[in-house]
Design a protein around this ligand. Structure first.
Ligand SMILES: [Ca+2]
Ligand SMILES: [Ca+2]
Length: 328
C-alpha cells in the first residue's frame, strides 16, 4: 500500500476550497475516491470539503461538493482553502414578550395570551402551556402554532371550561429543535422573565339579566327618630334571588346589618340602631341571584338621618368591635 502523504494542515471538512494551478488541464473528479472519473473542475471552481482525505492513485483525495452540485473526490495538491468552516452558531430562541388580556374572567369567557418570540437562525413553533392549578393538572402544551422567520408576534385564545385558577406559559422552538420559555430560563432569564401568568376564572359568566332591586323603605332623606329601624327592599332576577345583604355606613365605615336569604316573608332587615350615635347614615343593599350574579347598590344609596336624641338619652359609646368592616 502506498504511503499516505496527507498534509494535515491543508484544510479540513467544512472548509470551502477552490481549484488552482492546474493550468488548462483541470482537476479530475472521481467517485468513489479510488473509482472512476465522473467530471472535472478548472482553476477557480469552488466547493465544500465533505470528507477525506483518502489516499488513492498517488494523491490525498477529498470529497468535494462543488458549487454546481457535482460531488466527488479530487486530489488535494490542486486545492487550496478559501475559507474555513463557519463555526455553527445556533443559539436558543427567546420569548421577548408575554401577556394576558385579563387576570380574571368569568366561566365561558376567553382570555387572549399575546407573545413575541425571536431566534438567531429560525423559528419553528410556539406552544401555549397551561397549568390547571385548581384542578391539580401540571403544565403541559395545550395549543401549538407553526411559525417561521427570526421574529414573530401572535396570540392564543383560551376558554377554560371550569372555574378555577389557570397558569399560562409559553414555549418557543427553533429550527434546531431547541426551546425556551416565557421565563427565558435557558438563556439566564435574559432578555426577561415574562411569566407565567395566572388567570382566575369565576364560577359563572355574567348574565345579561342581572338582578334588580332597591330599598323601598325607608325613603331617601327619612329621619329616624327611634330604633330599631325596619328596612325593606325589592329584589328580582330571572334565576331567583339567593340573598339580599343590607349595609349601613356610619362612623366612617360600612357595616353589614344582615343578610336575608329567605324571601318568603319579603326582603328586609331590622336594624338595631340604638347604639349608633346620631348622624347621617347611608343605607344600601347587595343582591345575589341564583345564577351567581351579584349587583351592588342597585337602587342607589338611601341617606337617612338618625335623630334619636330628642326622645332618647344619649347612647353609651360603643366600640363596635364585633361588627364586620367591609372595605369597599
Ligand atoms: Ca436558534
Ligand atoms: Ca326575609
Amino acid at each position: 500500500m502506498p504511503p499516505n502523504n496527507t498534509s494535515a494542515s491543508a484544510f479540513s471538512i467544512g472548509d470551502t476550497v477552490e481549484v488552482y494551478n492546474t493550468g488548462s488541464s483541470g482537476l479530475l473528479v472521481l467517485d468513489p475516491a479510488c473509482g472512476k472519473m465522473i467530471g472535472g473542475k478548472f482553476d477557480g471552481a469552488r466547493g465544500v470539503a465533505l470528507d477525506g482525505p483518502v489516499y488513492c492513485y498517488n494523491y490525498n483525495r477529498w470529497l468535494i461538493r462543488w458549487s454546481d452540485g457535482l460531488q466527488g473526490w479530487s486530489a488535494e495538491n490542486w486545492l487550496r482553502k478559501v475559507s474555513s468552516a463557519a463555526a455553527v452558531v445556533d443559539n436558543y430562541p427567546n420569548v421577548t414578550s408575554f401577556s394576558v388580556s385579563s387576570t380574571g374572567i368569568k366561566q365561558g369567557e376567553s382570555v387572549t395570551i399575546s407573545y413575541s418570540v425571536s431566534d438567531d437562525v429560525g423559528l419553528r413553533q410556539v406552544e401555549l402551556w397551561r397549568e390547571d392549578v385548581t384542578a391539580g393538572i401540571t403544565f403541559r402544551p395545550i395549543k401549538t402554532v407553526s411559525v417561521s422567520g427570526k421574529s414573530y408576534s401572535g396570540s392564543f385564545s383560551d376558554t377554560p371550561s371550569s372555574p378555577g385558577t389557570y397558569r399560562y406559559g409559553l414555549h418557543v422552538v427553533d429550527t434546531n429543535n431547541e426551546w425556551n420559555c416565557e421565563r427565558n430560563s435557558r438563556t439566564g432569564f435574559s432578555p426577561g422573565v415574562y411569566g407565567p401568568k395566572d388567570v382566575v376564572v369565576g364560577a359563572t359568566a355574567t348574565s345579561t339579566s342581572t338582578p334588580t332591586g332597591r330599598i323601598i323603605s325607608p325613603s331617601s332623606g327619612y329621619t329616624v327618630t327611634s330604633c330599631p329601624l325596619t328596612i325593606r327592599a325589592d329584589a328580582s332576577a330571572p334565576s331567583g334571588i339567593a340573598w339580599v345583604r343590607f349595609w349601613a355606613q356610619y362612623d366612617g365605615n360600612w357595616h353589614e346589618i344582615i343578610t336575608d336569604s329567605n324571601g318568603s316573608d319579603g326582603w328586609g332587615a331590622i336594624w338595631d340602631c340604638s347604639s349608633v350615635s346620631d348622624q347621617q347614615v347611608i343605607l344600601t343593599i347587595w343582591i345575589h341571584d341564583n345564577a351567581g350574579n351579584e349587583v351592588w347598590d342597585p337602587g342607589g344609596y338611601v341617606p337617612v338621618t338618625l335623630k334619636k336624641s330628642s326622645i332618647t338619652p344619649p347612647p353609651t359609646p360603643s366600640l363596635h368591635l364585633h361588627l364586620r368592616h367591609q372595605c369597599r
